[in-house]
Design a protein. Structure first.
Length: 459
């Protein structure tokens, strides 16, 4: 069966790929399990990764255009994504250069005398990676490259909406010298993906996507399968009254409307001290209104389409609900087309509306006023999500006070919630995820320690 890949902007065909029949899942797993018995040595893995970098570097513009066409990310941001992917591969090589076991102290008592003990790190085994649409190249890098680097055979299932970027990365690995049995792409439907992920031959399961699907699949994993889940949130920002409005608007606009808000740590709920709320709201409105919405393949576009028209409809319904319940739409508040939504700022939406309770995953930010920081922190912590948050304050004591009390895996001070570099730990807590992302941390997850103890009278 052939899958036609459509542009989310104008719904035209941008490519096609052959899907993987569910009947092939067993043979794909058997191939991976067999490959796990003979992993590539470290020198060969480094050679493959080095070659992959050299193959991708001259193709940055081509890969970025693919991201823009199939995923709707503006071209300038897509170029950044490809370059991040290159750095991610380089980071995997650097991690391999330092990744090692450790010595375990012996000779501390009679029982441990005449012994030498140390650990080694070994590939965990077969990795299954199910990925999301919103970073169709770099997310695959984060899931596939650590497996290749650590010597684990990997089976990757990209999002049905954005499989072309994944295909190009996997093909680059093959061209770089990776045996095909060590990285298989499986373009499965949801039923086939569940069968794949929950098979007993899977040693590590990596999932990026909705919390409903991720936690469901975790509940179905075979005993012994380790996993990492990366979901979303409703990222909170707290702006203290001493923050400079002029300096905080640019990062919040970037963090809120980058990729039309389709980012798991996108700025969503902004709690602003009432002393600066009016000034802040007017400044955010002006900056948001100036964003250029349109064709993601054009270099001047700043905000592209939603991934599917039904997501555009959902966001329109959520914003309409908020306005009907008393929120003021300072700007936007309507569809720009069947595929694009106007960048929107909502003032004081009710706490029980969808935009306040759920992850919007669209180009909408919400402003809430507060008098006491404790009030803002309580509201920020009031949802079951816990991922990245941020605090803007000139008073370092205020910033650290909020940082200590926010329920978040990471807190940015004087920066937006979507800040990330790919070697830092990236993790959702509570319903937002399980385990820790970031290239070095994923590589550690995809290996396991083996203890070796040597007994000798010469010791």
């Amino acid at each position: 069966m052939i899958l036609e890949v459509q542009s989310p902007y104008d719904l035209t065909k941008v490519g096609e790929l052959e899907t993987t029949p569910n009947s092939e899942v067993d043979s794909i797993l058997a191939t991976a399990k067999q490959a796990a018995q003979n992993p590539l040595n470290k020198e060969d893995r480094i050679r493959v990764l080095d070659n992959t970098i050299e193959l991708i570097k001259p193709r940055v513009d081509e890969l970025a255009l693919t991201i823009a066409q199939e995923g709707g990310k503006p071209l300038t941001d897509a170029i950044v994504e490809v370059n991040r992917g290159i750095e991610g591969i380089r980071n995997a090589i650097e991690t391999l250069n330092t990744m090692a076991g450790k010595e375990i102290p012996m000779g501390l008592n009679p029982a441990s005398s005449n012994r030498l003990a140390f650990t080694t790190r070994e590939p965990i085994g077969v990795v299954v990676a199910i990925s999301a649409f919103n970073h169709p190249f770099n997310l695959i890098v984060h899931q596939v490259i650590p497996a290749v680097a650590t010597g684990c055979p990997v089976i990757v299932k990209p999002a049905q909406t954005t499989p072309l970027s994944c295909r190009k990365l996997v093909d680059a690995l093959y061209e770089a010298g990776l045996p095909k049995q060590l990285c298989q792409m499986a373009l499965l439907d949801n039923e086939g993906a569940e069968v794949l992920a929950t098979d007993s031959r899977v040693d590590f399961f990596s999932f990026i996507g909705s919390s409903r699907v991720g936690w469901y699949l975790r509940s179905k994993l075979a005993p012994g399968t380790r996993c990492a889940l990366e979901h979303g949130g409703a990222a909170p920002v707290i702006a203290s009254g001493d923050a400079s409005v002029d300096s905080i608007i640019p990062p919040l606009v970037k963090g809120g409307y980058y990729h039309a808000g389709q980012v798991c740590v996108s700025v969503q709920r902004i709690f602003v001290e009432n002393s600066i709320k009016s000034e802040f709201a007017e400044a955010l409105k002006r900056a948001t209104q100036s964003l250029k919405v349109g064709d993601p393949s054009l270099p001047e576009t700043e905000v592209g389409p939603l991934i599917l028209p039904r997501e555009n409809d959902r966001i329109a319904n959520w914003v309409d609900e908020a306005v009907e319940q008393g929120a003021e739409a300072l700007c936007g508040g309507a569809k720009q087309s069947d595929t694009c939504y106007q960048p929107t700022v909502l003032l004081e939406p009710d706490a029980q509306t969808s935009v306040s309770k759920n992850e919007i995953f669209g180009p909408v930010t919400c402003i809430y006023g507060y008098d006491a920081m404790e009030e803002a922190i309580e509201q920020a912590n009031g949802l079951p999500y816990s991922f990245q948050a941020s605090v803007f304050a000139q008073d370092i004591d205020k910033a650290l006070y909020a940082t200590r009390r926010l329920s978040a895996a990471a807190v940015m001070i004087n920066d937006h919630t979507a800040f990330r570099v790919d070697w830092m730990p990236f993790a959702g807590h509570r319903t937002s995820g399980l385990g820790t992302g970031g290239i070095p941390f994923t590589m550690e997850d995809m290996t396991q320690e083996k203890l070796i103890v040597l007994k000798s009278d010469s010791l």
